[in-house]
Design a protein around this ligand. Sequence first.
Ligand SMILES: [Zn+2]
Length: 498
Amino acid sequence: VTQTGDRPIVIKGGRVLDPPSGRDEVVDVYIADGKIAQIGGEVPQDVPVIDAAGLVVSPGFIDIHSHAQTRLGLELQALDGVTTALDLECGALPVRDYYHLATEETRPINFGYSASWAVARMHVMAELPLPTAEAGQLPLSVEVFQRNQHLKRWHDVASRTEVAAIIRLLEKQLEDGAVGVGILLGYAPGSGREELLQVARLAQAAEVGIFVHGRHMSNEEPQSSVDTVLELIGVGAATGAQVHICHLNSTSLRRVDDAALAIASAQRLGVRLTTEAYPYTYFSTGMGAPFLARSNQERLGITAQNITYLPLGRRVENNEELEHLRNVDPGGLCLVDYLDPDEAGDLDLLMKSLTLEGGVIASDAMPLVDTTGAYVYDDRPLVQTRTHPRSVGTFARTFGWLVRERNALTLLGAVERTSTRPAKMLAESVPAMRTKGRISVGFDADITIFDPQTISDRANGMTPLPSTGIVDVIVNGNSVVHKGRLVPGSSAGIAIRT
Ligand SMILES: [Zn+2]
């Protein structure tokens, strides 16, 4: 079984998991026309068979936070069991062009974008030309954002005329199918709260969510990580918009407990808040990020040596070097330790954000860069590339580390967080998500088959080694990974838009 098109397949003898019904049983699954056509009973025998004996048959993983929106990036995510990867935090602009180009180039798994508030701001306030498809190429949206962080004024309060222009530009993206608005608030911490309210009202009126990287990241007051959560609760309560808090684990730092209590209380009162986390004690960003400045390191609980500059493949030596690198390569990717994996208390904090009531797992997958710091768009040996391991290992790590090794989640609970719940989170605003996230008749045949005994992330350094134990990945009824190997040139992914 490789590229099957719309031909039927039988997945035979696997342990089928479906969180909403509680189904956890060994049963055959019959797929036809890209949908799950039958579960159990007499399934047709004269069609290609995937032998899933001893394996788990899960609804495909849905990653609502992936900046790795190239063929290569999404192939590596497919090898991590992901069947849908959306960039909802940074987002893209103009989304029409990004959807068009990705559709032309084809993608192995389903893809989509929110409207990028950061790029809209850079365009309106700092005259950044909007990306256009030249010679059939568009720069990754996250690269456009990272490389232009140094632009003047866009971190600060916009004039009324500018706010109106930003809102108009975002509104156009929503008309063009953007999945909500992505708000990198933490990179423009001086922006106005009234502007944020206006963006949330726009989203609420369009019946889509906002996906926010919170304003402040600090263990210390004022402007602590708790302020960040309170601001977003306020925006949700004040507008009725769906507010999604991105990577709660990293923006909350060591203030996860208070953040979690505040979120739970607001949710009980009916504020439409959702959260995500990824299972690593270090985050990734561009060197020029405002919060990495020397003056902010104490608030973050780090020193310069907690920062690894990916192009050099080593830790920054001191603040002089950090300042230099921030100036010469503001978009250069780095890794930053925000927790100490050898501290039991720190691991407890990470576990708390990963197991928060109602939360989901999302990777925050980053693009690959090479040793010169350039973002990688072509296919090349992985050993020549670097990225945060979360880009390729988040989902296998969830099942290998959190479920099997630490018993922090049940198998069914982990499927809920990696598939069922992210689909549900978007179902109201995005019709295509209503038939994802379950192994149930009539649902899309986006399916991940893995070995619960061996599933593991392997990317624990800087090289993006693909995960192991993911045996078969099916997207819209097509095999994208078969017997642990990528099916070359797969074009099974479709655009997810409102
Ligand atoms: Zn972020």
